[in-house]
Design a binder for this molecule. Structure first.
Ligand code: NAI
Length: 344
């Protein structure tokens, strides 16, 4: 019996993500919350002949809090793609003003109604929205760092696709064999292409120019979609796939299954809350506490992480990328934390 709640379920990501969740036989209840059209999306999905019972929740007016609370009651996993996406010319940081309060308020409701649920945050800027969520949960006294995940899987999905293209191998063959660490925005995204020995051998044939273009494309791949959609939003379908891939990992761990990937998917997490995390932050990350690393899951939570610097053969060039990433991350984390401190 697994209940999953999607907050922002009627949006560009929310709808296809909810569709994929409806197809997962492990999900017995799928609660869709949105401020618009959640009931319509739920009615539509409910006709699909899979076990999950789908229900839609949308508030009657701005003051109505019962819909969100009902959608969260007894839930095991909450996935949040609620908020505004980018338009051409915008960075993810430009979304902060609107999305920060949406995440703060949704996570406060999760903390009060379903404090034991695993929370997957998709809403941007992830580098700040995850620290916001952590701070809100801390204030409520229910923060479990093992269950708070910033979803950065799309960066891995892009890295696998773009590198496969360069190496002329099937993209699927790279899943679990390259790793993306850092944050989820521009130069905070750090792909590690030598993470596994087989890939390292193939990658050694790339020219410096090919390598640099690859790194840049993973860091700024989101812009290609924003530009092509020309004002109609950012990545939604590839993001729904990526969000589902990570959610599927969490669901599998809830069912007691162990991951078979050589390198598990990364997630942007609060390191000091995980064994060995404070040491990683102090020794390699100049004290930056939120960072995306490969995570090993157990029972719907983080059991451990893979220390990239000790296990994944981070090159000198990649170490320099990490140093750049840390600067951006430190600012985004402070911005998120300060926002909650300043909130009543
Ligand atoms: P969208 O505008 O199509 O959908 C957002 C949905 O959130 C809408 O249905 C809206 O009604 C709903 N919403 C707004 N305020 C809400 C609230 N308080 N409670 C519940 N629902 C609320 O946007 P889209 O394209 O689905 O993107 C959603 C978010 O995901 C954006 O912040 C975007 O930047 C982010 N994103 C994250 C990625 C990642 O890799 N983590 C990749 C792509 C997008």
């Amino acid at each position: 019996m697994v209940k999953v709640t999607v907050c922002g379920a009627a949006g560009g990501i929310g709808q296809p993500l909810s569709l994929l969740l409806k197809l997962n036989p492990q999900v017995t209840e799928l609660a869709l919350f949105d401020i618009v059209n959640a009931k319509g999306v739920a009615a539509d999905l409910s006709h699909i002949n899979t076990p999950a019972v789908v229900t839609g929740y949308q508030p009657a007016n701005k003051e109505d809090k019962t819909a969100v609370v009902e959608s969260l009651r007894g839930t095991d996993l909450v996935i949040i793609p609620a908020g505004v996406p980018r338009k051409p010319g915008m960075t993810r940081a430009d979304l902060f003003n609107i999305n920060a309060s949406i995440i703060r308020d949704l996570v406060a409701n999760i903390g009060r109604t379903a404090p034991n649920a695993a929370i997957l945050i998709i809403s941007n800027p992830v580098n700040s929205t995850v620290p916001i969520a952590a701070e809100v949960l801390k204030k409520l006294g229910v923060f479990n760092p093992k269950k708070l995940f910033g979803v950065t899987t799309l960066d891995s999905v892009r890295a696998e696709t773009f590198l496969a293209d360069l190496l002329n191998v099937s993209p699927g063959s790279l899943q679990g064999r390259i790793s993306v660490i850092g944050g989820h925005s521009g130069d905070t995204i750090v792909p590690l292409i030598n993470a596994s020995p087989e890939v390292a051998r193939k990658v050694s044939n790339l020219t410096t120019d090919q390598y640099n273009k690859f790194i840049n494309r993973v860091q700024y791949g989101g812009d290609e979609v924003v530009k092509a959609k020309n004002g109609a939003g950012s990545a939604t379908l590839s993001m729904a796939y990526a969000g589902y891939r990570f959610a599927e990992n969490v669901l599998a761990s809830l069912a007691g299954k162990e991951s078979t990937a050589a390198i598990p998917d990364s997630s942007y997490i609060y390191l000091p809350g995980i064994p060995g995390g404070k040491e990683l932050s102090t020794k390699y990350l100049k004290g930056v506490d939120f960072f995306s690393v490969p995570v090993v899951l157990e029972q719907g939570q983080i059991k451990s992480f893979i220390n990239p610097f000790e296990i994944l053969k981070v090159t000198e060039g990649e170490t320099k990328l990490v140093q750049v990433a840390l600067e951006g991350l430190a600012k985004s984390i402070d911005q998120g934390t300060a926002f909650v401190t300043a909130s009543k």
